[in-house]
Design a binder for this molecule. Structure first.
Ligand SMILES: O=C(O)[C@H]1O[C@H](OP(=O)(O)OP(=O)(O)OC[C@H]2O[C@@H](n3ccc(=O)[nH]c3=O)[C@H](O)[C@@H]2O)[C@H](O)[C@@H](O)[C@@H]1O
Length: 437
C-alpha cells in the first residue's frame, strides 16, 4: 500500500502549472496529457488494491462474520444431475423410513444425526452454507464422511427461499431436522447480526417454505439450554420461565421458540424444539471450551478457566453427542404429522419442547482435570472472572419429560465421552502435529 502511495506522491497535484514552468506550450500539453493518463492509471491501480483488500479481508480474520456478505454468496444449485443427486440422497431405503432434510448437516450435531438416519435406512438430504465461523476444512471433512455413506449436502443458505422451495419440489420430505444456526454464546457480542440472520431470519425463511409445502413436513429443531438464562432454580425444567436470557444467542433461540409457536398456531405445522445442553464429542466444534482447551493444553498454552464471584464454581451439564443423536431420532420418530396443507391450517398440530441434557453438571475445572489425565499433559490454568458477556454460572437439565415421552436416557459420563473425543482429536489432527482451527 505504501508503495502505491509513493507513486501517487510522484504525480503533482496541479500538473499543468508544474509543467508550464519547464516546457514550451505544446510540450506542456503533451506532458499534461501523459500526466493525466498516469494519474488515471495509478488511480485505477489504487482503487483496485482497495477493492482487493476489502474483499479479501474476511479470510484474514479468524472469525470473519458479515452475515449479509454470507447471504450474498452465490451457490451453484439446480440442473438435472443435481436433482438426481438430491433425489437419490433423500430416497428412503427401509420399510417405514422417513425422508429428512437436515439443515446444518456439515455441523457437529448435523453430521452425527445425518449419519445415524442414513444408517437405519432413512432418506437424508443435507443443507449447509459452509460458513467460516470456525475452520471450514473441518466442515468439509465431515461432508466427505457423509458423502461416503451416501448423504449429499446441498450447498446453500436457509435464507435462500428459492433453493428451499426447489428442494421441496424435488423431494416430498416427511421431516425437517433443523440444526443450521449461528452457535456460540460469547461470539454474539462480536457479531450480533449473524445471530439474527441465521437464528431468526433463517428460521422464518425455512418455516415459510415448510408451511406452503404439500405435504407439510414435521419439524424438529435445535433450541438451547441457554434459554434458561439467569434462572437459579435447578434442575431446569421445561415448565420454568425462559424470559431472562443472558446473551443475544439465547434471546434468538428463545425467539425461535416463540416463532415456532406462531407457525404451529397459524399453519398447523408440527414443531418440536430440543434444548441441547453443551453438546461435546468427536467431530465437535472448535469454538467450544472442551475443544480449544484440548488444543491449547497440547500446545502448552495457558487456558482461561472461568470462576464466578467468591470463587464460585462454574459448571455445565455436558452432554455426549451419541445421547443427543438418540434424542433427536426419538423426537423425529414421535413427531406427529403437520395438519395444514397449501399454507392453510386444518386442525391443531403438535408443539413440543424438550430438555436434552445429561442431568449431572460438572465444574469446568474438573473438565480440565479429565483432559489433563487423558492427554497426559498438565494444563496451564489461568483462573479468570466469569465474563459478563453471555455466560451463565451453571446449567442442569431435568430430563424427565424427554425420558417419559421420547424414551431419552443419556448413558455417557463426561470421562467416557471425553476419552472418545480425545482419541478422535489426536487421530484427526495427526497426533497434535497439525494445528486445530
Ligand atoms: O448448552 C447450550 O445451550 C450451549 O452450549 C454451549 O455453550 P457453553 O455451555 O457456554 O459452552 P462452552 O463455550 O464450551 O463453555 C463451556 C464452559 O466452559 C467455560 N469457559 C468457556 C470458555 C473459556 O475460555 N473458559 C471457560 O471456563 C464456560 O463458562 C462454560 O461454563 C454452546 O457453545 C452453545 O452453542 C449451546 O447452545
Amino acid at each position: 500500500m505504501s508503495k502505491q502511495m509513493s507513486h501517487l506522491d510522484d504525480i503533482p497535484s496541479t500538473p499543468g502549472k508544474f509543467k508550464m514552468e519547464k516546457s514550451p506550450f505544446v510540450h506542456n500539453r503533451l506532458r499534461w496529457h501523459s500526466s493525466l493518463a498516469k494519474l488515471t492509471f495509478w488511480s485505477f491501480i489504487f482503487l483496485g488494491l482497495i477493492l482487493i483488500f476489502f474483499f479479501r479481508s474476511p479470510s484474514s480474520n479468524p472469525l470473519p462474520q458479515d452475515p449479509s456478505r454470507r447471504s450474498l454468496r452465490t451457490y451453484n444449485w439446480g440442473g438435472p444431475a443435481w436433482e438426481k443427486r438430491v433425489r437419490s440422497s433423500a430416497r428412503v431405503r427401509s420399510h417405514n423410513g422417513i425422508s429428512v432434510l437436515v439443515t446444518g448437516a456439515a455441523g457437529f450435531v448435523g453430521t452425527h444425526v445425518s449419519a445415524a438416519l442414513k444408517r437405519r435406512g432413512d432418506g437424508v438430504l443435507g443443507l449447509d452454507n459452509f460458513n467460516d465461523y470456525y475452520d471450514p476444512s473441518l466442515k468439509r471433512a465431515r461432508q466427505a464422511l457423509l458423502e461416503r455413506s451416501g448423504v449429499f449436502i446441498v450447498e446453500g443458505d436457509i435464507n435462500d427461499s428459492a433453493l428451499l422451495r426447489k428442494l421441496f419440489e424435488v423431494v416430498a420430505f416427511t421431516h425437517v431436522m433443523h440444526l443450521a444456526a449461528q452457535a456460540g454464546v460469547r461470539y454474539a457480542m462480536e457479531n450480533p447480526g449473524s445471530y439474527v440472520h441465521s437464528n431468526i431470519a433463517g428460521l422464518v425463511s425455512l418455516l415459510e417454505v415448510c408451511k406452503s409445502a404439500n405435504p407439510q413436513p414435521a419439524i424438529v429443531w435445535a433450541s438451547s439450554s441457554s434459554v434458561y438464562g439467569l434462572n437459579t432454580k435447578v434442575p431446569f425444567s421445561e415448565k420454568d420461565r425462559t424470559d431472562q436470557p443472558a446473551s443475544l444467542y439465547a434471546a434468538t433461540k428463545k425467539a425461535g421458540e416463540e416463532i415456532a409457536h406462531t407457525y404451529n398456531h397459524i399453519y398447523g405445522l408440527s414443531l418440536t424444539g430440543l434444548r441441547f445442553f453443551t453438546v461435546y464429542g468427536p467431530w465437535g466444534r472448535p469454538d467450544m471450551a472442551y475443544f480449544f482447551f484440548t488444543r491449547d493444553i497440547l500446545k502448552g498454552k495457558s487456558i482461561p478457566i472461568f470462576e464466578a464471584a467468591n470463587h464460585g464454581t462454574v459448571a455445565r451439564d455436558f452432554t455426549y453427542i451419541d445421547d443427543i443423536v438418540k434424542g433427536c431420532l426419538a423426537a423425529l420418530d414421535t413427531a406427529e404429522k403437520s395438519t395444514g396443507s397449501g399454507g392453510k391450517k386444518k386442525g391443531p398440530a403438535q408443539l413440543r419442547v424438550y430438555n436434552l441434557g445429561n442431568t449431572s453438571p460438572v465444574p469446568v475445572s474438573d473438565l480440565v482435570s479429565i483432559l489433563e489425565r487423558l492427554l497426559k499433559v498438565n494444563a496451564k490454568r489461568d483462573i479468570m472472572k466469569l465474563p459478563r458477556n453471555g455466560d451463565v454460572q451453571f446449567t442442569h437439565a431435568n430430563i424427565s419429560l424427554a425420558q417419559r415421552e421420547l424414551g431419552y436416557k443419556p448413558s455417557t459420563d463426561l470421562q467416557t465421552g471425553l476419552k472418545k473425543f480425545v482419541r478422535w482429536y489426536l487421530s484427526y489432527y495427526n497426533g497434535g502435529k497439525k494445528a486445530a482451527g
